[in-house]
Structures are given as C-alpha cells and as structure tokens.
Design a protein around this ligand. Structure first.
Ligand code: PRP
Length: 287
C-alpha cells in the first residue's frame, strides 16, 4: 500500500513500547487502522488520514520537513533534533529525565569537573549544549543504545542517558550527577500541515481520551450546610454539578477529580460528612 497524497499523515513509532501506547491511544480516540504485515502505511477508517510507521527518533525531523503532518514522539527527541515543529499536546505518558550519570564510587560533584573527559550518549546535541553552558567541553562518544554499560567497558568517564525509574542506573552502579531536562511523549504538528481542520479534529479526539485517562467522576451526597466546603474539595474541571435530593437538607454532587488525588479527596469528603461516595472511570470526554 502507498501513501494517499491528500490524506493527513500521522507518524507513529514502528516498534517498541511507544508504538503500542500510540496505537492504543489512536484506536481509543476512534482512529481505527490495521497495519498489514510490515507495511509502512495504514489507512484510518472514517477520517481522511493515514498512519505512517517510522523510527521514533526520525519523527521530529520528518514532521518539521512536512513528510508527516502529525507525529507521536518524545520531547527529548525533538530537542535533540532541533526540529521546528509545534507541540499540540502532551500525551500523559513516557515521562523521563535526561541526566548526566557517573559511577557511584567516583567523587565527581559538579558538571564542570567533566571538562576534557569522555561522555557517552545518544543525545550528543543536547549534551554538548548543556556542557558548553557549564563551561565543560568534553569528548563525546556518540552511540545509539546500551549507553549505561560504557563506563564499565572503559569507553567513557560519564554518560548522559534517560532515567525513568532509576533501575538501569542502580543495576550499573551509576548515580545522577545532574539533570539536564525533563521530557514526555507528545503529539507534534508540522508547520506545513496539509489539512489543519483534520489535524484539529484529531487533536480534539486525543484530548478527550488523554483527559479521561487522568480523571475520574466522583459522586457523593452531602448535607446542604457543608456544600461550600465540599465544593472547595472537589471544584471539578469547570465546576461541580449539584442536584437537590428528596430530603431538602441534603444534595448530590458530581465532579471530575484527578485520578491521582482520588483517595485523599474521598477521605476528606467522608470526614466532612459525605455519604455514598462513588468513583467512576471515564473512557472519553469532550470538555
Ligand atoms: C531507556 C534508557 C535507559 C532506561 C532507563 O532505555 O536509555 O537505559 O530506559 O529506564 P529506567 O530508569 O526505568 O531503568 P530503553 O529501554 O528505552 O532502551 P535503549 O537502550 O534503546 O535506550
């Protein structure tokens, strides 16, 4: 199958964890597609768009060049490529840090002490920029992966790598000397997008899913004289919905609440005197 010239092109990673995350997100947003064998393209049903499967680190450059109109990639890779793209939205996944890491046994305390030393990384541009700002020009060892073993292989004195949970560092007896930046998975748009209306429609669909993943719907009954205090605890996305109950001294409240805050909020409401506190997941929303 080949590309349709007038269809909006969405570039997503062709393999790995980010490929699965991007596929799930697009399908949940109603952008259904099926990749045949190892084809580079897949047509999206019911919208004039198609998916292009690419290397994650090529997506920023291809989007800047207009080969794809939208792309899902890491903000770390956009910075490294220096790509001129518009970040349309954060996708709420893939949060990580880029850090300079050194052996736990060494006594380097400051990035300036790396002057003239060997630093292995797959982020040479971001690393060089950061270390120049800290007056520490280094000898860069540019690699495409397995950077964490380069100190024990004797190839480098320090590394610059992504850190998510920190378990890779711990397994290799490394510690963070300093953080260069914080990154996450984002949706980007080309400055030369061939169909902005369809791009906006896709962004709205993805927003619906990403916001829904972050929030729950909380419902509870509260004595009317405690309503103001309860509303302060659950102000909602815009404002909570309040309805009267048969018993006039009580009312029912419904509000969106950040999923990560749900337990402490339920505890606060219970202490305030709320009853029948229910949490419901949201699959999709338009706000
Ligand atoms: C990344 C990164 C680290 C690891 C950090 O590698 O390069 O090696 O994740 O994660 P942690 O802090 O949770 O251990 P990735 O798995 O993306 O593969 P890579 O070797 O191709 O970089």
């Amino acid at each position: 199958m080949s590309a349709e010239l007038n269809h909006l092109r969405i570039g997503i990673p062709s393999k790995g964890r980010l490929s699965e995350l991007a596929t799930d997100l697009l399908i949940q947003a109603g952008l259904n597609f099926r990749r045949q064998d190892r084809s580079l393209f897949a047509r999206v049903s019911s919208i004039p768009a198609e998916i292009t499967f690419l290397r994650t680190d090529d997506i920023p450059t291809l989007c800047a060049e207009g080969a794809i109109d939208l792309g899902i990639t890491g903000s770390d890779l956009i910075e490294e490529a220096g790509a001129d793209v518009v970040v349309r939205m954060k996708l709420g996944v893939g949060r990580c840090r880029l850090a300079i890491c050194v052996p736990t046994t060494g006594n380097i305390q400051d990035p300036s002490e790396l002057k003239g030393k060997r630093v292995a990384t797959s982020f040479p541009n971001t690393t060089e920029r950061y270390l120049k700002q800290h007056d520490a020009p280094v000898h860069l060892v540019k690699l495409n992966g397995s950077v964490e073993v380069m100190i024990s292989l004797g190839v480098a004195d320090a590394i610059v790598d992504l850190v998510e949970t920190g378990s890779t560092l711990a397994a290799n007896q490394l510690r963070i000397l300093t953080e260069i930046g914080q990154y996450e998975t984002v949706l980007i748009q080309s400055p030369n997008c061939r169909d902005s209306a369809t791009a906006d429609r896709i962004v709205r669909r993805l927003e619906g899913v990403v916001i829904a993943r972050d929030y729950s719907l909380l419902e509870y009954n509260i004595p009317r004289d405690k309503l103001a205090a309860a509303e302060a605890i659950t102000p909602g996305f815009t404002s909570p919905t309040v309805t009267s109950l048969e018993n006039n001294s009580w009312c029912a409240v419904r509000a969106m609440v950040k999923r990560s805050d749900i337990i402490p909020i339920m505890e606060k409401l219970e202490l305030l005197g709320a009853l029948a506190i229910l949490e419901t997941s949201i699959n999709n929303c338009r706000l």
